[in-house]
Design a protein around this ligand. Structure first.
Ligand code: SAH
Length: 251
């Protein structure tokens, strides 16, 4: 059996209990070495074999899985954050399907929620935004038409931008065009939940300079929107005047 496991954003205790158990029992672990904390590997058996996928092709990863499964070994494919977001797991699953190899997917804490927790905010505030846009700017990987940052920013929804901090100038320019303002709160969270986490707060006006001064050019979430700063209406759910069937004891 092969399990795709979300390792969480960094801190080793932010993996699910299910994920940790699978690591403890694994015979083979293939981990995304550039982003997954090596500390996770300390929970594995002494006999466990490790492969760092950072230096492997998709075909090589699949070969290791195939050979291991043939020998009835338990394999964990450890991905950073949640594997279903920019995890490139679909292409792996499709190749396993083609070979008739069974697998499961164990979710994880994504870096976008970890980053929002680090700044102690909530993405979804009544009257501010009830929508979260997870996206990235096009780089070597293009984004489909209609998903340009400028177009997405027009919604004025809360945004978590992955994989883009190295192009912060372009990110800011596109967001400001979409928002039609530079006066929009931004928080950049570098290595959320790691020991060397850094939080940089600002607006579209000054965030690029601030993060360049800090030398942040990778592994950061760019959180954007009025959920970071400013007014909101309190939640109806917990308002004393809001009729709520559980609070009123109605079955
Ligand atoms: N599957 C992962 C995302 C992988 S793509 C998840 O759910 O989080 C890699 C990008 O994720 C990085 O470029 C960065 O934008 C973001 N990222 C991953 N870990 C992070 C962390 N601890 N803090 C901030 N951003 C992180």
């Amino acid at each position: 059996m092969i399990s795709f496991v979300g390792a969480g954003p960094g801190n080793v205790d932010l993996i699910t209990i299910k994920g940790r158990k699978l690591l403890e029992e694994a015979d083979v672990v293939i981990y995304a070495g550039s982003l997954v904390s090596k500390d996770h590997l300390n929970f594995c058996k002494e006999s466990c074999q490790f492969y760092n996928s950072a230096s492997m092709t998709l075909e090589e990863v699949i070969e290791v899985i195939e050979e291991s499964v043939k020998m009835d070994l338990r394999v964990v494919r450890l991905h950073t954050g949640d594997p279903t977001i920019y995890g490139a797991i679909r292409e792996q699953m499709d190749m396993l399907d083609a070979k008739g190899i069974d697998y499961e997917v164990i979710p994880g804490v994504s870096s976008f929620t970890a980053a929002c927790s680090s700044i102690k905010k909530e993405f979804t505030l009544p009257t501010v935004s009830q929508t979260v846009i997870l996206t990235r700017m096009e780089g070597r990987t293009p984004v489909p038409e209609g998903e340009d940052l400028e177009d997405l920013a027009r919604h004025k929804a809360s945004m978590a931008i992955f994989l883009s901090v190295q192009d912060i100038d372009k990110v800011v320019e596109k967001l400001a065009k979409g928002y039609e303002s530079y006066d929009i709160p931004v928080a950049v969270v570098y290595k959320a939940t790691w020991e060397d986490e850094e939080i940089v707060r600002g607006t579209l006006q000054d965030i690029a300079e601030k993060i360049k001064n800090k030398g942040i050019s990778k592994m950061a979430q760019i959180l954007v929107g009025n959920f970071i700063d400013g007014d909101y209406e309190r939640s109806k759910l917990y308002h004393p005047s809001f009729t709520h069937k559980f609070r009123e004891g109605i079955q």
